[in-house]
Design a protein around this ligand. Structure first.
Ligand code: 2P0
Length: 352
């Protein structure tokens, strides 16, 4: 029996994803619509994840609240969080209007509690896991029938990259062309089981918050970079096709080459922005050298680096080359000032 004191609750976790074709640029800042499609690998939740509990009750009063890593967040002034909550409530309202016996959860105050098991905003896609977990927890609480693909459209409004964290394995975010964003959503390119040998090594160069936040940095790039238009219109669409084919054919060398080229292209348009945006540092460049050394020693591409909006490196490689890759990093990186060691060890991709 439910009473006005009944608390409804749902908990979920969402993983981090690390893009191999990068999202950098919005064509619509309010709806979080990107200038180009992107593609990522979803990492294991054992190493990096956000855990979120959503609860609501008729007895809760006041505004919706979010506690993130033990601290109260101001979600009232966050347009993105408000957009997600509004969308999720309207889907719940649809259910309630069709079935009068359902409790009116859509009308009640939401209390959200969320925690990451990794540094927030250090270029480790914390907003991706965060908004994916928030959307899933509330969708579960509201017992919404929407698929992960449909929910990705909501998570995208919270943080663009979050739409890719609602699925496991290899995930594309299709930029779409509709002005209302209705076709800008994530879809699975291949499940983890298709290529389960993929591994990621995360090198924490700095766990400090990044200098230029992604949203502001993207706008600077879109407005000022002379190189960006070619990336948006020609380079990325071509690479999306090539890397999807490489994933389908489990062609690691092509996957690795495109991953490194696209990371470099993203950091090149950052540097080409005005004022220029620098995310890489000398430790990042030492990690790039280590990857190049490992590949040279192997006589083929056995590992690939990629860097997001921060200096930390993610190295993709296949399980069969774990020993060679770890050996090179062990030999080179401890001598580099600022090196803090490996975080989370060798990480597998994730499947829900
Ligand atoms: C990516 N990044 O594809 C790229 C690569 C960083 C570099 O998505 O403004 O936090 O919330 O939509 O998703 C980081 O940007 O930006 C990001 P918003 P988000 O993973």
């Amino acid at each position: 029996m439910s009473s006005s004191n009944t608390v409804y609750r749902a908990s979920t976790t969402a993983p981090v994803n690390i893009a191999v074709i990068k999202y950098w640029g919005k064509r619509d800042t309010a709806l979080n619509l990107p200038t180009n499609s992107s593609l990522s690998v979803t990492l294991s939740q054992k190493s990096l994840r956000t855990h979120t509990t959503a609860s609501c009750s008729e007895s809760f009063s006041g505004p919706d609240t979010l506690i993130l890593n033990g601290e109260k967040e101001d979600i009232q002034s966050s347009k993105r969080t408000q957009a997600c909550l509004k969308h999720l409530r309207s889907l719940r309202q649809e259910l309630e209007s069709k079935d009068a016996s359902l409790p009116k959860l859509s009308k009640w105050t939401l209390r959200l509690v969320s925690a990451n098991n990794f540094p927030t905003a250090a270029g480790l896609a914390s907003s991706a896991a965060g908004f994916a977990a928030l959307v899933r927890a509330i969708a579960d609480l509201y017992e919404l029938p929407q698929s992960p693909k449909e929910l990705s459209l909501i998570a995208r409004q919270g943080s663009g990259s979050a739409c890719r964290s609602l699925m496991g394995g290899y995930v594309a975010w299709r930029a779409g062309t509709n002005e209302d964003g209705s076709d800008s959503l994530a879809e699975e390119v291949a499940p983890l089981s298709h290529w389960p040998e993929m591994r990621a090594l995360i090198l924490i160069v700095s766990a400090e918050k990044k200098g230029v936040p992604s949203t502001a940095g993207m706008q600077t790039t879109v407005e000022t970079s002379t190189l960006a238009p070619a990336r948006f219109k020609e380079i990325v669409p071509q690479r999306m096709q090539e890397i999807e084919k490489a994933i389908k054919e489990r062609d690691f060398e092509t996957f690795a080459r495109i991953t490194m080229q696209d990371s470099n292209s993203f950091h090149a348009i950052c540097l080409d922005s005005w004022p220029p945006i620098h995310y890489l540092n000398d430790v990042s460049r030492a990690a790039m050298n280590a990857v190049e050394t490992a590949n040279r020693k192997a006589g083929k591409l056995i590992c690939a680096y990629t860097f997001d909006a921060g200096p930390n490196a993610v190295i993709y490689y296949l399980a069969e080359h774990a020993h060679q890759v770890a050996g090179v990093f062990r030999n080179i990186l401890p001598q580099v000032p600022g090196w803090e060691g490996e975080f989370g060890g060798s990480i597998r991709p994730n499947e829900y």
